[in-house]
Design a protein around this ligand. Structure first.
Ligand SMILES: Nc1ncnc2c1ncn2[C@@H]1O[C@H](COP(=O)(O)OP(=O)(O)OP(=O)(O)O)[C@@H](O)[C@H]1O
Ligand SMILES: [Mg+2]
Length: 493
């Protein structure tokens, strides 16, 4: 039995062919993983399957219905979580759940949802005040309401911490019946490896469709195989680092957090956070969703005022001279913060001007960065129309446009494909070798290994600091994922 039948599907946007003569069946009662490079067509395919887009030609049938003309009927049978889930930011957590339950005519039975999302203590908090990962989990809980026949999840685990990601998988598996079909797009290949079927897309075509365990027995091997299918990754010299002009004078600590604290009412988002990062160091801030990582970033670049303590950037106090301190850093926010209606190129031009690059040098600098990130063909696309992975790339390019000696990267690789993640880290490690100081956060535990030092953060406080090897030793574990889980659980005891 097939839940979805697709034949010779074509979908074009202007001159871009997003789905190119694609044929695919999705089997009922199975979990099918959808993977592929950024811009390969995953989100477009999902939208076609559930009737949010009409194809240019070809046939598509979902649960025996024509998705576009019978959309209403179809919607009742589907649980859909889009990449950017439409939470009501000015309603609380529990009010969002009630609203979605009402829309689906479901009883108010949220205990299980609140437990898995760890949102029970925060049920009266406004959705707009949740951390990125907490929002993601609430979105998933809303999509799961009502035991849908067909669950369609577009990158549900973006920004979700390693512990919750395991819970999320378990929750989906526990909640579905043997008849439920799940289509789950993901950039986490360990996740895809655990599914019944994996479909790899490339340039709008299916280039692999099969059982992940047959392609490779271990998740690591599976990742390498998928990278090969996607055209491979060859480590090259980072042009970013090559063009970087190092500064000569540096203080002992380029980035200092001095007892930083952020309190909302009587809730501490960050408490007693202190550290010193040296020139050229890659310092990773790791921790579960809501730990206070983004709040720390925002305080350190002067976007949020601390309720206690301060931060120093290249020796300059961020509270006393925010502009001068900020001119030394590039900040890539967790949430997409580009100008959606401007083109890719215009965004770069805007940030070049905002960061004070002289007019005479701007064009060259923008051209250079377009080359480094391979943006030539898409530079005139509107930022809001870019696939998520390209938005991330553009955000990173904007943060780097003025060659800052310090980089703050808040989840730079969330929503980015596996090959691009490696490219990002090649840039990051090469820049660090040239003396750029980097503060970074990630939920990919394999990336944590690239950090020189890690601060493990939980409930607003540092619970461990050290090199990846030291932390592994402390946890008696041989990989970062187990280290993370062990140290977090231990701190709860
Ligand atoms: N305006 C606010 N009012 C109340 N609480 C807030 C506000 N802003 C943030 N918080 C809370 O502060 C805590 C820390 O959030 P933060 O965004 O720093 O977490 P994070 O570690 O970056 O998480 P993630 O991994 O999900 O991105 C969360 O519990 C969040 O809900
Ligand atoms: Mg965050």
């Amino acid at each position: 039995m097939q839940t979805v039948k697709i034949k010779n599907l074509i979908k074009k946007f202007d001159e871009i062919t997003a789905i190119n003569d694609l044929s695919l069946d999705i089997e009922k009662g199975k979990i099918t993983g959808l993977i592929g490079a950024d811009g390969a067509g995953k989100t477009t395919l999902i939208r076609l399957i559930i009737g949010l887009l009409t194809p240019n030609s070809g046939e598509i049938e979902t649960l025996g219905l024509k998705p576009f003309s019978q959309k209403h009927e179809l919607t009742l049978k589907i649980g859909y979580m889009p990449q950017k889930f439409g939470l009501y930011e000015d309603l609380t957590v529990i009010e969002n759940l009630r609203l979605y339950a009402d829309l689906k005519n479901q009883p108010y039975d949220f205990d299980k949802m609140l437990e898995f999302t760890s949102l029970a203590p925060f049920q009266d908090r406004l959705a707009g005040a949740l951390s990125g990962g907490m929002k993601q989990k609430l979105g998933l809980a809303c999509a799961l309401l009502g035991n849908p026949e067909f669950l369609v999840l577009d990158e549900p685990s973006v920004g979700v911490d390693p512990i919750s990601r395991k819970d999320l998988m378990k929750m989906v598996k526990d909640m579905i019946s043997p008849k439920t079909t799940v289509l789950w797009s993901t950039a986490y290949l360990d996740e895809a490896h655990s599914f019944d079927t994996a479909v790899v897309l490339d340039k709008g075509k299916v280039i692999y469709n099969g059982i992940p365990h047959e392609l490779a027995p271990t998740p690591q091997e599976f990742e390498e195989k998928v990278i090969d299918l996607m055209g491979g990754y060859k480590k090259e010299e980072s042009l970013l680092a090559k063009n970087y002009i190092p500064l000569e004078i540096f203080p002992e600590c380029t980035v200092v957090a001095d007892n930083l604290e952020k309190r909302y009412g009587n809730f501490y988002a960050v408490k007693n956070n202190s550290f010193c990062i040296k020139k050229g160091e890659i310092f990773g801030l790791l921790g579960p969703n809501g730990a206070g990582k983004s709040t720390s970033f925002k305080m350190m670049c002067g976007l949020t005022k601390p309720t206690g303590g301060t931060a120093k950037i290249m020796g300059i106090d961020i509270l006393k001279d925010p502009e001068k301190a900020r001119s030394n850093l590039g900040y890539m926010a967790q949430k997409f913060s580009l100008y959606g209606s401007l083109t890719l190129r215009q965004n770069l031009e805007f940030f070049a001007a905002a960061y004070g690059i002289k007019f005479s040098q701007r064009k060259k600098r923008v051209d250079d960065i377009i080359e480094v990130f391979n943006f030539q063909d898409i530079q005139n696309m509107k930022a809001e129309d870019l696939p998520l992975g390209f938005k991330q790339r553009l955000s990173m390019a904007c943060a780097l446009i003025h060659n800052p000696p310090i980089l703050f990267l808040d989840e730079p690789t969330s929503g980015v494909d596996v090959v691009t993640r490696r490219e990002f880290w090649n840039h990051i490690t090469s820049l660090a070798k040239k003396g750029v100081t980097i503060l970074v956060t990630t939920h990919f535990m394999d990336e944590a290994e690239y950090c020189d030092r890690i601060s493990l953060f939980y409930h607003g406080e540092t619970i461990a600091v050290g090199t990846p090897a030291q932390l592994k030793q402390e946890a008696q574990a041989d990989n970062m994922e187990d280290t993370f889980i062990t140290l977090i659980k231990r701190s709860e005891e």
